[in-house]
Design a protein around this ligand. Sequence first.
Ligand code: PLP
Length: 384
Amino acid sequence: MENKMIYFDNSASSIPNPKAVDSAVTAMKCFANPSSPHFAGLKAKEIIEDARKKVADSLLCKPDEVYFTSSGTESNNIAILSMVEKNKREGNVIITTKAEHPSVVNTVLSLEKRGFRVEFAPVAGGEVDYGFIENTLKTQKVCLVTLMQANNQNGALTDLKRIRNIIEETNSEALFHSDIVQGFLKVPDGMASYASAYCDAASFSAHKIGGLKGTGGLFIKKGLKLSPVFFGGGQEGGIRSGTENIVGIAAFGVAAEDFSKPFRDKITALRKLFIGKATALLGGDIEIKEPISHIDAVISLSLKGIKSEVVLNYLSSKGICISSSSACSTKAKENTSLAAFGYSEEYNNSAIRIGFSPFNTEDEVETLIFELKNSLAYRIKRNK
Ligand code: PLP
């Protein structure tokens, strides 16, 4: 089964980049503690700093603005909790949306118990309501704006530059954080610098770009001094104590360095092929939700009248992996993003998510479409 697997669940966790896997294997042999002052510890530390430079280059920021963490989830928690703590004198209002990842939504909701108030900006159709954000910043005491760069369900993009401009014009004391876990290195060319240019902090994760699970990153703009939210030996500038995951960090550096324009072009080509052929073959049976501004790496679609799980299970029986919604929201038993976008219940019940990797092939896309078509027939037969 493993050899024949066709994997299109890359937004949940991506196909690993073989170069990143090689670097992880090499790093496993450097088992000394990177904080140890002997030569073996220094070698381990060197691996971390080399990866930090690679990640910083890919974010167009300085190495000392990059902090390694255990996940995108941890980065979101550290960023939000430390930023509101730092800025609470400016106000107690946090602006976000209900389409954010649970690691953002549940973190801000936990802050309500500590006296903060959360304003959820509408995201009808996928696009965040910039007017709502502007008005809230003008009329309320906002300490933090936290908005994802690219949505994990349908790829909808938030214009981080526009948000920065709104903050500067209305309440320049508000801090701005973005969850760029899905957008990192996948936003269209020319937008690559947006997070480091326009945010005070941004969270990202290795396993969405061909690195390993259990390795995240946090960009914190130079000069913004954040206090730790948990304590230990002071690694990663004290922001994320705990002996570093050098294996994951080494792979993260290589995956980030390798994820350049040819990878984005490949993803765009696979998406175009998929949409062109799937629409031609499936006609009125397929509905694709494509926000005006989006990353190409993820598509939300539904096969009309068929529950997501039926399609997912059928494809799985054919060795094809997709998801019915995000892996995290599956656990939470609700698809918060799609509900927030205001899509119909009928669509949401049938929604599936295709996530592309630069390591997918055109043949795999053809097979996926062929089996999507077959899943339709299978369902119709069973219903009769
Ligand atoms: N933010 C977004 C938008 C995500 O899609 C995910 C994972 O799916 C996360 C955060 C969490 O990242 P991690 O799996 O590294 O904790």
